[in-house]
Design a protein. Structure first.
Length: 284
């Protein structure tokens, strides 16, 4: 009897040890994937959110602004009478900004991690600050930035690639400031965190806010970030999304074919992948 009890204790200790090891392995895997240990999004929550991202074709065709690969974006050809572009997050290349400089537009750039943009031009106005939630020595809000430069314009374009801060910035930016932008292009990082309930709640807050004033006209996965498959869907870690303000568009039709003819991989040497129209279908 004593031997049997000892065997049970040893078995229990072994089971607890293996369970803890498996938990540690699972935690390491989740950390590697950039996921938090919280409740996973339910299938219905997940699909309801994806249906919000359905892109639409409009009365404006899409054109490519910038280079063929990373740093180039598809935007609606609604550029007449634009006053300026805002481009927080300065890259090594300024091909996107060059597209607008050639058209005589002023370009407002901001980034605290560099001392100056890669090119100098009379129409480039550079601020050595990150885009953030409030005014500090190293940060400024989108609201303050716009109010300092183009407070009365409603014909602006925003292209934002700020390495994950876009979620907080868009959440905090007043509706009145967002409505000053005719076209918005955002590179959303950590997009795969919609797999968990907290990440999905934040994403839904941001997109429901944006969709009050804008329509989605294009999505492009950044192949440099790779993707994760969840609930049968391929979800990019980083995705570029283009919006146009609702008052500019007519003749909305769901986009059903991917990729767009003008799409190109961000990093040509890495494996490429595309979105599917089934991603946005809600089968409830």
């Amino acid at each position: 009897m004593i031997g049997f009890m000892a065997l049970l204790m040893i078995s229990s200790l072994y089971y607890d040890s293996m369970r803890n090891r498996l938990k540690n392995v699972a935690r390491l895997i989740l950390d590697f994937l950039g996921l938090d240990v919280v409740r996973a999004s339910s299938r219905s929550e997940f699909q309801d959110f994806l249906s919000l991202l359905q892109p639409y074709s409009t009365n404006f065709s899409l054109i490519r602004a910038g280079g063929k690969n990373d740093g180039g974006y598809l935007i609606p050809d609604d550029l007449g009478d634009l006053d300026a572009i805002y481009s927080p997050g300065v890259a090594e290349s300024s091909e996107f900004e060059a597209f607008f400089l050639e058209r005589g537009l002023k370009c407002y750039l901001a980034d605290n991690s560099v001392t100056a943009p890669p090119v100098q031009h009379e129409h480039i106005v550079f601020t050595k600050k990150h885009l953030g939630l409030w005014e500090t020595e190293k940060e400024m809000s989108l609201e303050d930035w716009v109010n300092c430069n183009t407070p009365d314009s409603s014909n602006l374009l925003l292209q934002m690639d700020i390495e994950g801060s876009e979620w907080a910035v868009l959440t905090q930016t007043p509706d009145s400031t967002l409505r000053q932008f005719r076209i918005v292009v955002v590179e959303f990082h950590n997009f795969h965190k919609i797999f968990n309930s907290e990440g999905l709640a934040l994403a839904r807050t941001v997109f429901e806010k944006m969709l009050r004033f804008f329509e989605v006209v294009h999505l492009h996965p950044n192949n440099g970030g790779g993707y994760i498959k969840f609930r049968g869907k391929i979800i990019p870690r980083v995705v570029e999304i283009t919006f146009i303000r609702k008052d500019r568009v007519a003749n909305l039709d769901k986009v059903k074919e991917f990729p767009h003819d003008l799409d190109s991989p961000n990093l040509p040497l890495l494996p490429n992948f595309h979105l599917s129209s089934s991603l946005f279908l809600n089968h409830k």
